[in-house]
Structure formats: C-alpha cells, structure tokens
Design a binder for this molecule. Structure first.
Ligand code: ZN
Length: 246
C-alpha cells in the first residue's frame, strides 16, 4: 500500500495513464536483481530506487578506484578504496529509505547465480565481461525470469531485453562468448562516461515498463552510437538451434 508520502514522492509516475496508483503499487511490490554496481549499474540503481521499485538486490565484488569516477555516478571521491556495494547501498538508501535493499559483496557466478535470481521478477545485467553476461542469460532463461542486458564500449552502447521462451535470448544473438582477449573492454579501449548514463537510463526505463507489463522491447536489440548521434533498433529472431532457450 502507498502511504501519503509515497503518493507525493511518486506523483509524476502516478500522473501517467500507463502507471496510475495501481502501477505504482505494482512497482512497489516488484523485486529486481542488478548484477554490477559500476558505470551502467549506477544510473540503473538510482532510477530504480527513485521510481520506487520495492526490493532491489545488487551484487558487486569490486572496490572503487579513481578511474571509475569518470562514469560511475553513484560514488564520490571519498569512496575511493572502499567496496562499491557498501557505498552504493548507503547512497540508494539515502535516495529512497522506503525501499528494501539487499546488496551483497560477492560475484555472480555458477555457484551463486541460482540463489541470487531466486524470487526476483527481473534481472538487469550491467557487468563488463562476457562470462557474466552469458551466465546471467543462461540462469535467467533457466529460471524463466526476464533479463535486460546492457553493454558499453568507447562511444557505443546497446540494450537487449529478453523474455525467456518468448523472445530471442543473448545466446540466440551472440551464440558464445568471444575468445579471451578478442574484444577489448572499457579498461583497455576507453568509454565516454555519458554513454554509461544513456544505456543505464534506457535499461532502467525498460525495467519499469517490464515491471508494469507495458514493454514492447523484448527481442529488440537497441544500439546507440554517440559518435554518429544515432540509434538503431533491430528485431532479433529466436534461434531454433539455441543451446539455451530452444
Ligand atoms: Zn536463445
């Protein structure tokens, strides 16, 4: 149930015909897992908390270094050297004390994935490595939980929304992780900080739509190039030979 303060806090959501009070209560009753609290994870966590998503679980195992501050807008200079997950939880609770947080300093891996996905309505994958992206996909498909996967590099970013068994999954699109070292990451190739903001913001917006049952983005690969000032969206067909979702 929404309190009087909730109705004020979320009034700009509630004004929307697509949300109204029932939609806000649906967000309040929702539970999301965010994998990673870095460049993309920062805006994702901020906007989900601000929107009133009721339970946010987050996993990250890294500590903050000075190079992170160029794009990881959850953190301050005084957080350098601390574990991100602790600073992130403090910041998110300051932003919205009315939501439940379950932030854990651990890796999302073969051993922890089932426990972390258990009970959530949506998984949002924001890591910077292919191993985690494919594992998140395979686990989400196995548990039949929708997934939003995002990635950034240099001036480019992409978002892909997956409804297991209904739309194409990450493996329908990319088949298998690229050979180790064949695709550079942001640490090697660089990235404009604002691209993390754009992609994370789109992902949190898509998350709100999925939680409200309003999305049309499943199976759609959304690609953004800051350098070209261009968006492209491509409908990805399911692969009948997919080793995970077929
Ligand atoms: Zn698939």
């Amino acid at each position: 149930m929404l309190s009087r303060d909730d109705i004020t806090r979320y009034s700009r959501n509630i004004l929307l015909p697509e949300v109204r009070r029932a939609g806000q209560e649906r967000l309040q009753a929702s539970s999301v897992l965010v994998i990673g609290a870095g460049g993309i994870g920062s805006p994702v966590l901020l906007y989900l908390a601000a929107a009133g998503v009721g339970r946010i679980r987050c996993v990250d195992n890294d500590s903050l270094d000075l190079t992170n501050l160029q794009r990881q807008v959850l953190y301050s200079t005084t957080d350098v050297g601390k574990f991100k997950i602790q600073s992130a939880e403090t910041r998110i609770k300051e932003l919205n004390p009315g939501i439940e947080t379950d932030f854990r300093r651990m890796r999302f891996d073969e051993k922890t994935s089932a426990e972390l996905i258990d009970g959530v309505d949506l998984v949002i994958e924001t890591s910077d490595n292919f191993e985690t992206k494919f594992l998140a996909n395979d686990s989400a498909v196995r548990h039949k939980v929708p997934l939003i996967a995002g990635g950034i590099l240099r001036f480019d970013g992409q978002v892909f929304c997956i409804s297991p068994g209904v739309s194409a999954c990450y493996r329908c699109l990319f088949h298998a992780p690229p050979p180790e070292g064949s695709v550079p990451n942001c640490a090697a190739a660089g990235v404009i900080g604002a691209v993390a903001g754009v992609i994370g913001s789109i992902m949190s917006g898509e998350a709100v739509k999925i939680l409200l049952g309003q999305t049309r983005a499943f199976g759609l690969l959304q690609q953004y190039s800051l350098l070209e000032s261009e968006w492209r969206t491509i409908q990805i067909p399911r692969n009948p030979g997919c080793t995970v979702c077929a």
